[in-house]
Design a protein around this ligand. Structure first.
Ligand SMILES: Nc1ncnc2c1ncn2[C@@H]1O[C@H](COP(=O)(O)OP(=O)(O)O)[C@@H](O)[C@H]1O
Ligand SMILES: [Mg+2]
Length: 344
């Protein structure tokens, strides 16, 4: 995947951006109606240094490639207004492991997701990006039906896991969750040995075959790039590992049951750069064998690790496509403005 266009130091409009004041800037409405060259029409993701960051006038392309002029993307949506997701063509050619189908979710009176539809392509890493509070975690947790645990949650629409309804009336949620692995921002090893942590999903399924459990443990720890570091101390507590090792232990536990999809919510945000690098390498190795849906607010991480990027804003899925295209040739103006740090 190409990352050259995104300078390490600068491309991330972190959640806590100070660029919100760009919202609604009247300069946004000024576009060059004569823009015709590929460069003018295809905004490039590489942003200028912060000091040089000024609102830039650009034409807006619709997802059909048409140039719209005189519009600003930086606006709140009104009421229940939906958006038509700019779905890149390449997405449609992928086989979906999870498909989100017109999914909306409310926390009490607050609506957090607006009619989101997207596939999660098989064997690929899909990054969910967007400003803080835009609904990334809500969408991710909804795949695993973790939001069911919250009072006053209401939803519409459905999701499917390899064709099986996730929200259908007769779904056995416990069985459904066994088909998915989930890894959170803060690692959560259980207060038990490394070995027991890893094989936990099999234990709760009643597996007792010692040889099988040992094999699964070794395979999962190797898969999570942790085996060499812990193979001589499998009986020690998982809580004694470093933060980065604990997160890889949680990934080992998540893959021990060979899930159909692996969900990760900002798995590196509590880790130092070295531990983060190891998790990113690991995600790279899991690609192909596993289907990964990962929330990140770190744009370089999305660029480095993902095959596909879904950009969300205010509960809507604005754009979804191959990561290199979304970063370098975004279809929607909102995507470009976010990636270039114009709002956080
Ligand atoms: N348990 C909850 N109860 C009420 N509102 C919530 C809850 N969790 C999230 N929200 C709200 O839903 C919106 C989306 O949140 P979230 O999915 O956590 O966003 P993100 O992960 O993109 O930062 C936010 O406005 C947030 O305040
Ligand atoms: Mg979140």
């Amino acid at each position: 995947m190409t990352t050259e266009a995104i300078p390490e130091s600068d491309a991330a409009p972190a959640d806590e951006g100070s660029t919100r004041d760009a919202v609604g800037d009247p300069a946004d409405a000024l576009v060059d109606p004569k823009a015709e060259t590929e460069e003018e029409l295809n905004p490039v993701a590489a942003p200028p240094p912060p000091s040089a960051r000024q609102p830039v006038s650009r034409p807006m392309r619709t997802h059909s490639g048409r140039v719209r002029s005189g519009e600003t993307s930086l606006r709140p949506f009104e009421g229940d207004e939906g958006v038509e997701t700019a779905m890149h063509e390449a997405v449609r050619r992928e086989e979906a492991v999870v498909s989100v189908e017109g999914f909306s979710l409310w926390y009490g009176a607050k609506r957090a997701l607006f009619d989101v539809s997207m596939p999660v392509p098989k064997g690929k890493v899909t990054a969910l990006v967007g400003p803080s509070g835009c609904g990334k975690s809500t969408l991710l947790r909804s795949v695993n039906r973790l939001n069911d645990l919250i009072d006053e949650v209401r939803f519409e629409g459905d999701m499917k896991l390899n064709g099986d309804s996730i929200y259908g009336p007769s779904v056995d949620v416990i069985e459904l969750r066994k088909r998915m692995g989930i890894v959170f921002q803060k690692s959560n090893p259980f207060p038990m040995s490394i070995f027991e942590n890893v094989i936990y999903p099999l234990r709760i399924d009643g597996v007792r075959d010692k040889k099988l459990l040992a094999e699964v443990c070794e395979r999962a720890l190797k898969g999570a790039a942790l085996w060499d570091e812990v193979k001589d101390r499998l009986d020690e507590s998982g809580l004694g590992l470093s933060g980065g090792q604990q997160q890889r232990l949680c990934i080992a536990r998540a893959i021990a049951a060979e899930p159909e999809v692996l969900l990760m919510d900002e798995p590196c945000s509590a880790l130092d750069p070295i531990a983060t690098g190891k998790i990113e390498d690991l995600i790279d190795e899991l690609r192909g064998e596993y289907t990964i849906l990962m929330v990140t607010h770190n744009m370089q991480q999305a660029a480095r690790t993902s095959d596909y990027t879904a950009f969300m804003y205010l509960g809507r899925l604005i754009e979804f496509g191959p990561t290199s295209d979304v970063f370098q040739r975004p279809i929607r103006r909102e995507t470009e403005d976010y990636l270039t740090g114009r709002y956080g």
